[in-house]
Design a protein around this ligand. Structure first.
Ligand code: ARG
Length: 577
């Protein structure tokens, strides 16, 4: 149940009935303070202004048309022309009961779309580093959310698996195979790439061979393709280990690398030229965009084909956008990548639109994110200044979580403890990233993320176990609980119900904007409201059976909402910790 949508539709209709035009918006928002009701309509004033009416008088008229009996207890006009809406507590109780009965928490999405989500997207023959971590974690949470909202989601791991570097990499792989290098050596991708580059720079015979292999690979030579495939396979097997450890839903089947689009590029470039969009400039093909200015204030030129015939990152992204619309029949395509790629994405998509490859209704969205910084405010690096490998980072997370859980001194078996350490360690790294607004840079800080206080994974996971423990101690059967009703007598019970019913609003924002921090903030507030409810409203030692069961139901709905919410974030829960 999305209360905001329900109220928006209803009050908008009342506004139209009162004389506003059909495009008006009731602008329903959750109220900041209880005295302003549960929700408020902020759209009365702009609508009244448009009609030249006194806002309070118009509000008065709107009230006579509002038809929300049984849902709303009262509506009040406030200030210069706001409408404060107070929901009926019996309705809230009823809705909470319905949500609890439904495995999907009564969350529906009738507007099912096909949505491509381009995320993670590491590069072949390179180790995944922390930059890919943000894309992977945030993208995966949005994917889970969109699927929960009943959309058809296509995961697109836009792996960097094509380009001139592959000549050098194939030549080096061949050399290593000839020297019978061990599996081990092959699996250190960082060193592999570095050594290949070194040979390329220092050994002219090797460099010649590498250049030769690029040409052969591009013309589909069997041997070169096989060697290339081997490189892709080794890399992706290794990335898969990271995905599994991270509890990320990507599999090998989701790889849709740059090479997929390569056969489409000559046709696209020829078409851009035929349409007069791309023009020749010093042997290269360039699209000049008025919308972007270069440093001299002239239209910026975007190269789509180099002088030597090679294509670029932009050309591939034009093809990818076209493919996602035309072949995958998507309604939306989301790309999770670094803010530094914003201009690149906007340019590729502007060209895609100018060329008429996608209609206006197809939504192309760059879900950009800032950098991961160390505590010193500088880009996150190892102590010696190198880039941090994802696998090492996760090892450290587990080590630190082990220490944290050992200090807590709870009675867990070895096996239980290992599961807790894993959930908390990996969860902490993920949650720290997810809980920040992705567009800003974020400071990676072990101490903050592994604290049991504040908006952190351990806090949320612990809040969940506390509710679980209520049920472990209660001897109420599921049947009895199912049949019971919810009564909202105490103010704390009422606020908890309202918060629980606002889960859908948070989830829909995440699906629309690609902002999991909104869900984290929601869950954190929910946990806080539950705590204060639990403090004020005794449950297990409550003598009135009806009240006890009602409170147990609220606890159950909180438990399920927390679990579902954390699951959408890709954060594991445990039974006790
Ligand atoms: N492989 C790129 C990188 O490592 C990210 C790709 C993002 N997706 C896209 N369609 N450009 O920076």
């Amino acid at each position: 149940m999305n209360i905001q949508t329900l109220l928006s539709n209803n009050i908008q209709q009342a506004m139209v009935a009162a004389g506003a035009d059909v495009t008006c918006d009731a602008l329903i928002r959750q109220s900041g303070k209880p005295q302003f009701g549960d929700y408020q309509a902020n759209g009365i004033m702009p609508a009244a202004k448009k009609m030249g009416l006194n806002p309070r008088e118009f509000a008065q008229k709107v009230l006579t048309h509002i038809n929300l009996s049984g849902i709303v207890e009262k509506c009040e006009i406030a200030g210069p022309g706001f409408i404060n809406i107070f929901l009926d507590k019996n309705w809230l109780a009823q809705q909470a009961k319905i949500a609890l009965q439904d495995p999907h928490l009564n969350i529906k999405n009738n507007d099912k779309q096909t949505i491509v989500v381009d995320y993670s997207s590491p590069n072949v023959a390179k180790e995944m580093h922390v930059g890919h971590l943000r894309s992977t974690i945030i993208g995966d949470s949005v994917v889970r959310t969109l699927e929960f909202l009943n959309n058809h989601v296509i995961r697109a791991n836009h792996v960097g698996d094509w380009g001139t570097q592959f000549g050098m990499l194939i030549a080096y792989l061949e050399k290593m195979e000839n020297e019978q290098a061990s599996e081990m050596q092959l699996h250190d991708l960082e060193a592999f790439y570095r050594d290949a580059k070194k040979h390329y720079d220092e050994d002219p015979v090797f460099a010649e061979k590498a250049r030769n292999y690029v040409v052969k690979l591009q013309s589909g030579d069997d041997y070169c393709r096989q060697m290339w495939q081997k490189l892709v396979k080794i890399t992706m097997e290794q990335n898969q280990l990271n995905y599994n450890r991270l509890n990320v839903t990507l599999t090998e089947k989701d790889v849709m690398g740059e090479s997929l689009y390569n056969p489409m590029l000559p046709g696209i470039v020829a078409d851009l030229k035929a349409q007069g969009l791309a023009t020749e400039d010093d042997g290269a093909l360039v699209v000049y965009l008025d919308e972007f200015k270069n440093k001299d204030g002239d239209p910026m030129g975007v190269i789509v084909q180099k002088k030597d015939g090679g294509f670029l990152y932009t050309t591939t992204d034009i093809a990818a956008a076209k493919y996602r619309y035309e072949t995958l029949k998507a309604d939306r395509a989301l790309v999770f990548s670094d803010t530094r790629q914003s201009q690149h994405m906007q340019q590729a998509w502007l060209i895609t639109r100018k060329a008429g490859y996608v209609p206006d209704t197809f939504s192309l969205e760059h879900k950009n994110f800032g950098m991961m910084l160390g505590k010193d405010g500088k880009p996150f690096k190892t102590r010696t200044g190198g880039t941090v490998k994802l696998a090492d980072l996760l090892d450290e997370a587990i080590e630190r979580a082990d220490k944290l859980i050992s200090e807590k001194n709870t009675a867990l078996s070895e096996q239980e403890k290992a599961a807790v350490v894993e959930a908390v360690g990996i969860g902490a790294v993920k949650y720290a990233d997810l809980s920040k607004n992705r567009t800003t840079d974020y400071v990676f800080d072990w101490d903050n993320m592994l604290s049991f206080e504040g908006n952190t994974a351990p806090y949320m996971q612990y809040a969940y176990t506390r509710i679980r423990s209520i049920f472990n101690r209660s001897n109420v059967s599921e049947d009895t609980l199912n049949q019971a009703n919810i009564h909202l007598i105490d103010e704390k019970e009422r606020s908890l119900s309202l918060k629980l019913l606002q889960f859908e609003e948070a989830v829909q924002v995440v699906g629309r904007d690609g902002t999991p921090h909104v869900l984290c903030a929601y869950l954190y507030e929910l946990a806080g409201i539950f705590s204060s409810f639990y403090e004020h409203c005794p449950i297990l030692n409550q003598s009135d059976e009806a009240i006890k069961l009602s409170r147990l139901k609220l606890a159950k709905l909180t438990e399920r909402t927390l679990k579902q919410g954390l699951d959408l974030l890709g954060i594991k829960t445990v039974e006790k910790m």
